[in-house]
Design a protein around this ligand. Sequence first.
Ligand SMILES: *Cc1c(COP(=O)(O)O)cnc(C)c1O
Length: 396
Amino acid sequence: MTTQDIENQYTSGLYTKRPITVVRGSGARLWDDAGREYIDLVGSQGAANLGHGNPAVAAAIAAQAANLTALPEMFYNDRRATLEQRLIGIAPRGLQRVYLCNSGTEAIEAALKFARLVTGRTEVIATMRGFHGRTMGALSATWEKKYREPFEPLVPGFRHVAYNDLAALEAAVTAVTGAVILEVVQGEGGVRPGTAEFLRGAQQLCRERGAMLIVDEVQTGFGRTGAMFACEHYGLEPDLLCLAKSMAGGLPMGAVLMGERIGQLPPSVHGSTFGGNPLACAASLAAIDYIESEHLAERAAELGTWFQARLSGIQAPVVREVRGLGLMVGIELKQKVTPYLQALINHGVLALPAGLTVMRFLPPLVISQGDLAQAADAVEAVLTQPAAVKDGPAAE
Ligand SMILES: *Cc1c(COP(=O)(O)O)cnc(C)c1O
């Protein structure tokens, strides 16, 4: 049996598979089991900002794995201490303490619990088209019906308002609101950047009305949008900042950074066995060092500007809009995106959907301009030859 036969027999069934068996990666390139090479604009859904097989991260993981891997937070640890200090050093102003966990949804789950604990209020205002993860709390903040409905009833107290609609948020945040949760650029929801007015207004409202501002930078963090954190573009100072994806250079890790309105939490109300393990901490330290020394955020800003301009020049009736921030880029189509993604694979380029009609690109930030140009040529070829793509108009 082939790898694909075996996975098809034993997999949960939860994932819509692409017919490629990926066996190796380097930088922004991936190879399948037949030796075919691909330019990777999926970037492990945002977990591969540092590129595949990053040598600095690999060396840090190997050294730490031979020394100490799992260690609960009941014991102090040198790698963890160094990482906590480093995270606060690079974080938006006002963040003072760190909770470490193992994924994005865990970071969101923790932030929601901390906001409820500190405010004594249960209501949470989230945004339409927002995505925050799949565990029950994070899912309650997520908008997409097909993720939510099979699992209802969800956690009570969650309401959604239109993203970038400050008046709607102003009407929704009241004296019983414990938290507002939002992304700086909506990722899964279609690569939609927030407006300064909305994001700064949300922060102002939270401060005035005693709610905590939870900013979800799971996808936008660690250089992706052209700054270490997307908050920096808007001068945001959240009470709770959620991180994961590229945080440990590709190893599973998440974090919640907390400001003074959260303060120090009481013992035992939350925790995680693997949270803050020295292996992930060592990987994260190497990742942060690499992002800084290789200027990956500046790279994302420059290459992102170039890439968006290049894509905006594509003359194709199927394109509705090109948008993004840094190297987080989307093309909204007037048709379903899936057949175009399949056609891109035939050109040796891997990309993501965001919803039904948006083609999304999250390339490793180490990608060369040559690779990005080659990928853009492939995107242009696919979008301007709709005859090669068999599908009707989008259902949306
Ligand atoms: C991916 C993502 C999550 C969930 O992260 P997981 O590690 O998959 O649980 C949460 N929020 C945003 C914005 C994301 O992009």
